[in-house]
Ligand binder design. Structure first.
Ligand code: ADP
Ligand code: MG
Length: 771
């Protein structure tokens, strides 16, 4: 029952759902009459006689909903869906018919012909039929147990094995004489072929395969869908229910994509695509289906990407329509800076800079993401951009994720700016009392031209005189909210986001799709590649020998300890003890330093400065040094418990060495027992130093949701698409969406598209805001 309220101007708003259910269109005339018992009867004036009035329709929403093929129909009203199934699927977020339509099979089985057991091919996933001959738990000589069933169809026998099983349950299911359809990957061990942990669908007692196949055309004689299941739901049940859903409702899924977009991208009508992905027709091959590459899959994925990108395009357009500061490039400070530098900008730095300048000169706010691998020279690019703003009489805020990094930025920037006569201030949370008041006053009256800090910069008390540019370093540590807050410190300032996390392009497009992207894809010349190797605990003495050797050459070393939040205290202790142990027992003649997040800022700064000045040979540190620290004389990095770190973190850490021209190495120490993923990560580190390849691998190992650590990174949940698999389609969809918006900026010529967009994006579509 919906409640409709009369608004101030005496108008009634029919909730969108209800309007949809009733098939009301904008412009329809409605008549209102008083009905029985104080109800209001709403009629569409032009409604045919056969159509009953609105109120009575709302009384019987279920049948109506089903008859009207309403995709919002609750899933539980589908024929064959009992309370148990409804509940099981509700847990997976399947509440409506629409949800069910988009619950796609995660793979397909070819049951057009079952393969005779005698002809099963090792190395293939096969589907075969057979009868259980024997089945029992077997104990190996080593004391391990497995469950084995021998199955035959007359053409041969095969052994099915389980290594994780419930003996009683298994024994009960696998009764000799029972017949079933089995699926699994066939392996050959010596003379014996085996299938481990097969899937099974039992035939009813006493039924022959031929009868079943003839009677059950959805489960046999075709390519069948295999759904991702929850406990207690059978494939057969799912297939039956999904058949109901598809037959009843696929036709109602209307595709509002413009016809030319559909044809240009080889898409098929949405209803057909939905039918095909659930119950593929003759044309589809098993391979294409399982890879998600059929036209039907492509259509659904494209559709999903298209609306995502259209939303992002709208956001971006919203920003582009905002008024911003049209900076002029005067070269007053930038040119002298280039002359002060002991090196030339790389081509990549030059290109990215001109992209930034282009944005800054435009009369709309810049929202640009600069991606550059560790050591690619982002800081300098940021400083050049900052100087452009300063040349125009504006202030610049530079935000870094940690105090150490903010301090380091301050030191580097300050050093250059002093020579240029540009005033730089540092704000961190350790700034207190009178010193703080003074700095805040300089920021407020504009004497501080460049303000560097941690998120302290965006605190309430900091007021800028005239903020023109906000630079966010190491974006992945900053949420969208911080970006927004920074923006609010000025009147439509330009925003430049720098990240060292080489986000794979596809992911960048979905997460930062509303930002323009620049990539510094070149390292400054003269860097020698870092040699990386995995070392097991037993080789610790050799690791120390390496450190000693490097120190002997006048170089320095880092030893990194993981700091996992829950066990922070004990890890901290480990790092502290390690530093003591190294100092006393291993390197009594060298100077060992310790750097961790619990030190006071002055202590941290002192320690970093001492390391930079080579007063310390070996710096034992937690991950506080992960980002941005720049000591070119450090040539060895030992990472303790390397298996505990994520790939991109390892890459960031490793980027602290190899910054000078001397050959550097990185040693990944590990106790030896590695998880599969742990080993994969370390092997990737050994194999490459290319940040983009590492990021791709990371994405593959962890999956997109996890990749940036937090959900708030804003990666959408895809129903159908997989950004790893479907990267190409994402680009195509993005291209189409942006092109469409360019031609029809307000979507006035595409009202259906607009309606669908609003439906899908919900409240997330504030056009102007950067969030
Ligand atoms: P990032 O922040 O991208 O990891 P940095 O900006 O800290 O990298 O730069 C790393 C080092 O490279 C710094 O010491 C910097 O002075 C130096 N550098 C930057 N640009 C160049 C260049 N074009 N040629 C040589 N060295 C450069
Ligand atoms: Mg940096």
């Amino acid at each position: 029952m919906s409640i409709i309220k009369l608004s101030d101007n005496n108008s009634l708003t029919i909730p969108a759902e209800m309007a949809k259910e009733l098939d009301l269109k904008p412009g329809d005339d409605l008549s209102l009459e008083k009905g029985d018992g104080g109800t209001l009867v709403v009629r569409r004036v032009a409604a045919s006689v056969a159509e009953r009035d609105v109120v009575s329709r709302l009384m019987t929403p279920v049948q109506e909903s089903i008859q009207k093929k309403n995709l919002a129909t609750p899933f539980r009203f589908i024929k064959g869906v009992g309370p148990k199934l409804a509940e099981a699927l509700a847990k997976k977020g399947i509440a409506t018919v629409e949800d069910a339509l988009y619950l796609l099979p995660n793979r397909y089985e070819d049951r057009r012909e079952l393969r005779p057991v005698g002809k099963l091919r090792p190395g293939h996933t096969e589907v075969f039929h057979g009868e259980v001959l024997t089945a029992d738990t077997v104990a190996t000589r080593g004391g391990r147990r497995f469950f084995e069933a021998i199955v035959s169809d007359g053409s041969g026998t095969i052994s099915l094995k389980w290594f994780h099983f419930n003996p009683a349950w298994q024994k009960k299911a696998w009764r000799p004489g029972r017949k079933g359809i089995f699926t699994g990957e066939v392996a050959q061990y010596g003379f014996q072929r085996e299938v481990h942990h097969p899937d099974v669908e039992w035939l009813a007692e006493g039924e022959s395969l031929a009868t079943v196949m003839a009677r059950d055309p959805f489960n046999f004689g075709r390519i069948v869908p295999v759904y991702p299941l929850t406990e207690g739901v059978h494939q057969k049940t799912m297939r039956k229910v999904q058949k109901e859903v598809v037959d009843g409702f696929a036709a109602a899924a209307v595709n509002p994509l413009p016809a030319d977009v559909v044809t240009r991208n080889g898409l098929i009508p949405l209803p057909e695509a939905l039918r095909e992905v659930h119950f593929p027709g003759e044309a589809a091959t098993l391979e294409a289906l399982n890879e998600g590459k059929t036209p039907a899959h492509r259509t659904l994925v494209f559709d999903e990407f298209f609306f995502l990108e259209l939303g992002l395009a709208l956001k971006k357009q919203g920003v582009a329509l905002e008024e911003g500061i049209p900076f002029a490039v005067t070269h007053r400070y930038t040119k002298p800076l280039l002359q002060l530098l002991p090196f030339q900008l790389t081509n990549a730095q030059r290109r990215v800079l001109s992209e930034i300048k282009g944005d800054m000169m435009a009369p709309h706010p810049m929202h640009r993401l600069v991606q550059g691998d560790v050591g690619s020279g982002k800081t300098l690019v940021a400083l050049m951009a900052a100087l452009v703003a300063v040349e125009n009489g504006y202030q610049v805020a530079i935000m870094a994720p940690t105090e150490i990094l903010a301090e380091q930025h301050y030191l580097t920037t300050h050093r250059w700016c002093e020579q240029l006569g540009v005033a730089v201030s540092l704000i961190t949370s350790s700034l207190k009392g009178k010193a703080k008041t003074e700095v805040l006053a300089r920021v407020a009256d504009g004497t501080a031209q460049i303000v560097i800090g941690t998120h302290a910069v965006i605190q309430d008390r900091v007021e800028f005189f005239r903020l023109g540019l906000g630079i966010v370093d190491e974006q992945h540590r900053f949420g969208v909210i911080q970006r927004g807050l920074l923006k609010k410190k000025g009147a439509s300032p330009d925003i430049l986001v720098m990240t060292a996390t080489p986000i794979p392009r596809t992911l960048a497009m979905t997460v930062f799709g509303d930002l323009s992207l620049s990539v510094i894809d070149e390292l400054p010349p003269g860097r020698t590649p870092i040699e990386t190797r995995i070392c097991f605990e037993s080789r610790r003495p050799q690791v120390y020998a390496t450190i000693r050797e490097e120190v002997g050459k006048g170089c320095q070393a880092y030893i990194i300890y993981p700091l996992v939040e829950e066990t922070e205290k004990s890890d901290l202790k480990a790092a502290t003890q390690m530093a003591e142990h190294l100092q006393q027992d291993i390197f009594p003649d060298l100077k060992i330093g310790l750097l961790h997040g619990r030190l006071r800022p002055e202590e941290k700064e002192g320690m970093m400065a001492a390391f930079k000045n080579r007063e310390i040979h070996v710096l034992v540190a937690t991950t506080v040094i992960e980002v941005g620290i720049d000591v070119p004389n450090a040539t060895v990095m030992v990472i303790e418990h390397a298996e505990r770190f994520g790939l991109s973190q390892l890459h960031q850490l490793r980027g602290r060495v190899g910054r000078g021209s001397a050959k550097s190495s990185c040693i990944l120490l590990t106790p030896g027992r590695l998880s599969e993923d742990g080993e994969k990560r370390l092997r990737v580190m050994e194999a490459t130093t290319d940040g983009f390849r590492i990021a791709e691998a990371d994405l593959e190992i962890r999956g997109p949701g996890d990749f940036l650590g937090t959900r708030q990174a804003g990666i959408p949940d895809f129903r159908v698409a997989n950004i790893l698999r479907d990267g190409r389609l994402l680009e195509e969809a993005r291209h189409e969406a942006f092109a469409l918006l360019e031609q029809d900026p307000d979507l006035v010529r595409h009202p259906r598209l607009k309606e669908e967009l609003v439906k899908r994006w919900g409240g997330r579509l504030e056009l102007a805001g950067i969030a």
